[in-house]
Design a protein around this ligand. Structure first.
Ligand code: DON
Length: 577
């Protein structure tokens, strides 16, 4: 999630800089053949370069993914994990799960102190910062797998742009220099301080940022990808983590495996939704939300009217309540996906919504679905700045790829692997450290998401594809922790319910509810009058400047044109040809 910035400071500075701050686009980028939308123009261009060299959408996505590991170290990564949703032009959809896994030595209570309290993030033993927060990384395995299974070009070819960017450097944008300067913990780790803070002499906007160790690591992966999990690189990485007191071993790396899963599917007002199954909660929650809302005429109530936001927030509240109780790694816990995305179940939830008054989260009564005990009452507000990144690709044939990838927090655990030049994740915090105690995103988690060896932590990442009449319409996704799910829902409903174009849907003010804390998070551009009407319905509001970074593509149903929408809340760019 991007740090909120002072617009006055920003505009003053941008006058002085040759590195421009991207203006929020008001209209989509049009291209006849293909499009890549990502948080960084250089990463989008890496993807386009592959398409123009005869590659397909997967080649482009893999090239963009590796390039993001170089140009967007806040979230682009080799040391993290993610999900790739791929739908080929013939209509076959696959979901590639390269989420991190807990190391074999992980235990259910590993983030609790002797008194049974969650260890704070300032401690070296926390689930958020430092070596013990690191889960077994999946990104390299995932990108290499996708390339081998579904790409047309070679691994060497698709990694080449990333190697060049790391070796020759690239000019840092204002936002990136600022993120490096602002991070509270990066300087606590000598290797991270040396590389990302130039030994404490902060990078300035426009400075060339070179990463020679990362370039070498990428070259090694290009030559022998197996080295990362089974060879010398695995041993080097495990040694670094062991020295720092972390749990991930060479055996954990060797045991890591990518999983291909069936995407979760639903329908909404005649559109087909294809999205992320567990271990993401994203697709299931998204479909549950849409199922609940299908029974209301949102278009009639109006885009961003208090009446529509009220109903949408009530649907968000209910889906997040179910998320907390039922979702986790499907390889370890039975997740009742079919029930949760059932239209009749949604109808029963819909009947509990009062169109005029907020339903307090503590009083929610789940319709005939009480397998688990309610777990929590305590809560905290969402903390910033966190980071993850989403990118979307559509090629000339109509193959589509939707990828969300993350280190969890901005710069992950803040640990850089000595000599290897890449940051490691803090994905362990996505597990339930303690039932009923909120994680870094204020999320209350249940026993289904408890820590265990080899488990994947529950995610909110929601890479999604939407079809109309069987044809590709939208490729969407965003970062933002739990707000990912509601951002994706907001963008989707913007197009489907409110007839916005994809850029308008991305730009529109966001709102979010996650059951607990019992409040609607709203972007401050929402009209104060609307906020007051929501308050009068009994909602508590938490107003923030902005969040998320939806990097999306829509296909114009009439012309087939690719319409790219990059999110002005960050510094991305949709590039097409
Ligand atoms: O997988 C998840 O749900 C989280 N690790 C995502 C974190 C995130 O999106 C932070 N972003 N702004």
């Amino acid at each position: 999630m991007r740090i909120q910035r002072n617009p006055a400071v920003l505009s003053g500075l941008s006058l002085l800089l040759t590195i421009s701050v991207a203006a929020a686009p008001l209209r989509p980028t049009h291209a006849p053949h293909a499009m890549v939308a990502s948080v960084h123009e250089l990463a989008s261009r890496a993807g386009i370069e592959m398409l123009q060299a005869g590659g397909n959408a997967v080649d482009a996505a893999v090239a963009t993914g590796f390039a993001l590991a170089v140009v967007h170290p806040q979230a682009g990564n080799l040391g993290g994990g993610g999900f790739m949703l791929y739908r080929n032009a013939a209509g076959k959809a696959r979901f590639i799960d390269f989420r991190e896994k807990a190391p074999a030595a992980a235990t259910e209570n590993m983030y609790l102190d002797a008194q049974g309290n969650v260890i704070p993030e300032s401690s070296k033993d926390s689930s958020v910062v430092g070596y013990r927060a690191i889960g077994v990384p999946g990104s390299v395995a995932g990108l290499v797998y996708a390339e081998k299974q579904y790409g047309k070009l070679s691994l060497e070819k698709v990694i080449a742009p990333a190697i060049k960017l790391a070796r020759d450097g690239f000019p840092l944008a204002y936002e990136d220099a600022q993120d490096l300067k602002d991070d509270e913990y990066l300087a606590s780790f000598p290797e991270s301080k040396r590389i990302f803070l130039r030994d404490g002499n902060y990078y300035q906007p426009g400075d060339l940022f070179k990463q020679p160790e990362l370039a070498r690591t990428l070259e090694r992966i290009a030559k022998n990808p197996d080295d990362f999990y089974h060879g010398a690189m695995a041993r080097e990485l495990a040694a670094v983590i062991h020295k720092g007191g972390g749990l991930v071993t060479a055996a954990d790396l060797a045991a890591y495996e990518v999983k291909e899963r069936e995407p979760v599917r639903g329908t909404y007002r005649g559109y087909d939704i294809i999205s992320a199954p567990p271990p993401s909660s994203g697709g299931v929650a998204l479909i549950e939300i849409l199922n609940i809302l299908e029974g209301f005429d949102l278009a009639k109530l109006g885009n961003r009217s208090a009446a529509s936001i009220h109903l949408e927030s009530e649907a968000f509240r209910r889906a997040f309540y179910d998320r907390a109780d039922f979702m986790g790694d499907p390889d370890f816990a039975k997740v009742p996906v079919a029930q949760l995305i059932d239209k009749k179940y949604a109808e029963a939830w819909r009947d509990t919504i009062d169109t005029n008054h907020a339903s307090p989260s503590k009083d929610l009564q789940r319709p005939s679905f009480d397998e688990l005990e309610r777990v929590a009452e305590s809560h905290a507000s969402i903390r910033e700045p966190e980071n993850t990144t989403h990118y979307s690709v559509v090629d000339v044939e109509g193959n589509a790829v939707s990828v969300t990838t993350t280190l969890n927090d901005s710069f992950g655990s803040r640990v850089t692997a000595d000599g290897l030049g890449f940051l490691l994740n803090d994905e362990m915090d996505d597990f339930t450290s303690k039932v009923g105690v909120p994680n870094t995103y204020g999320l209350i988690q249940g026993p289904a998401n408890s820590i265990g060896p080899g488990k994947r932590p529950l995610s909110a990442m929601t890479p999604t594809i939407v079809l109309k009449d069987g044809k590709l319409l939208l490729v969407i996704g965003s970062p933002g922790g739990p707000t990912i799910i509601t951002t994706v829902a907001n963008v989707l409903m913007g197009v489907v319910d409110f007839s916005l174009d994809i850029q308008e849907a991305v730009n529109a003010p966001r709102f979010h509810h996650q059951w607990l804390p019992d409040e609607i998070l709203v972007e401050d551009r929402l009209s104060p009058d609307t906020m007051n009407v929501l308050r009068s319905k009994g909602h508590k509001l938490l107003v923030k400047h902005f969040w998320g970074d939806a990097e999306c593509i829509m296909i114009d149903p009439k012309t087939g044109e690719r319409l790219g929408a990059s999110d002005g809340r960050n510094n991305g760019k949709a590039v097409g040809y």
